[in-house]
Ligand binder design. Structure first.
Ligand SMILES: NC(=O)c1ccc[n+]([C@@H]2O[C@H](COP(=O)([O-])OP(=O)(O)OC[C@H]3O[C@@H](n4cnc5c(N)ncnc54)[C@H](OP(=O)(O)O)[C@@H]3O)[C@@H](O)[C@H]2O)c1
Length: 286
């Protein structure tokens, strides 16, 4: 199988590169080698490499900055996604795209399945929803995997921020009234690879997230408890649970973002064995 991967230096892109089967041919493009907003370059690259599958791991992921950088968020998450979907259609390739639980408003407090109506609260969610709709309309052989709260040993994420700030300040104020499922990018990569190994290509929307639901404050607490086993200094960190209303940030976020994984889990032959958070903390602190 020949795969063209975009956003190859992001969290998911890096985890995919580390996990692709050796026999697959991978053309890994980062934002320098392939800017997905550059329509002509996207078409040239796709035509040149003629992949069987295009995986889009590129995205504008700065949720708060998107509130003011609206054009950039839409250029990458909507137009860039459309460029890739049209290019995939032109050469008869599958298109695998990744989206977010932030397309939902969080008002329905039950695990969110693929049939539930989206209603994003912020620009990032709106731009990702636009990308979903454009891709699904442009190319029938599109699979979109929505995920949530992605972390890994690579790139920028909540776990790395907590580990850094925990050594700088003894009191961490973290919100307790937003609930989601932290997702290890390696597990998400594994789920995507298993979808690619199926004999047919499931089309449309699928949900995949980690298997433990928690608030950001709970997540921070778990991070510091595990980190304290590696470095005594983390024992002194106090997590102060606060309400969203008491935490200033530009973008509104859904208070509930638990994705129901069951459709994807039923499709793949082997169930995903979720990676414990402790493995990632170990990697980051060793
Ligand atoms: N992170 C989360 O918590 C989260 C939650 C739910 C869903 N998701 C979705 O999961 C997917 C993977 O997220 P991630 O956490 O791996 O993201 P990430 O670490 O921020 O990586 C995104 C990558 O996209 C690249 N990129 C940005 N603009 C680009 C452009 N115009 N052309 C090509 N590449 C571009 C970035 O490169 P530069 O760094 O060089 O700009 C970066 O390497 C995304 O679709 C995201 O929306 C993420």
């Amino acid at each position: 199988m020949r795969i063209l991967l975009t956003g190859s230096k992001g969290q998911l892109g890096t985890c995919l590169k580390e996990r692709f089967p050796e026999e697959w041919e991978i053309i890994a493009c980062d934002s320098q080698t392939l800017d997905i907003t550059d329509t002509q370059n996207v078409f040239n690259m796709v035509k040149k490499f003629d992949p069987d599958v295009i995986i889009n791991a590129a995205a504008y992921t700065k949720v708060d900055a998107a509130e003011t950088n609206i054009d950039q968020a839409f250029a990458v998450n909507a137009t860039g996604t459309l460029n890739l979907a049209i290019a995939a259609r032109a050469i008869g390739a599958r298109f695998i795209h990744v989206s977010t639980e932030q397309v939902f408003d969080g008002k329905v407090r039950m695990p969110l399945n693929e049939n539930m109506a989206p209603n994003p609260l912020n620009v990032y969610g709106q731009s990702k929803l636009a990308g979903e709709i454009l891709a699904l309309n442009a190319h029938v052989d599109t699979t979109i995997v929505r995920t949530s709260w992605v972390y890994s040993e690579h790139g920028h994420n909540f776990v790395k921020v907590m580990l850094k700030k925990g050594l700088e300040t003894p009191n961490m104020r973290v919100v307790k009234d937003q609930i989601g499922c932290p997702t290890y990018a390696g597990d998400l990569a594994e789920a995507i690879i298993r979808l690619l190994k199926l004999k047919y290509s499931p089309r449309g929307l699928l949900h995949f997230a980690g298997n433990q639901q928690m608030s950001w404050a709970d997540f921070a607490q778990q991070i510091f408890s595990l980190a304290a086993e590696k470095n005594e200094r983390y024992r002194q960190v106090n997590v102060e649970s606060i309400c969203t209303a008491d935490y200033q940030c530009a973008a509104k976020r859904p208070v509930y973002g638990i994705l129901d994984n069951s459709t994807l889990q039923n499709l793949i032959e082997e169930q995903i064995v979720f990676t414990p958070l402790s493995n990632i903390i170990d990697k980051l602190l060793t």
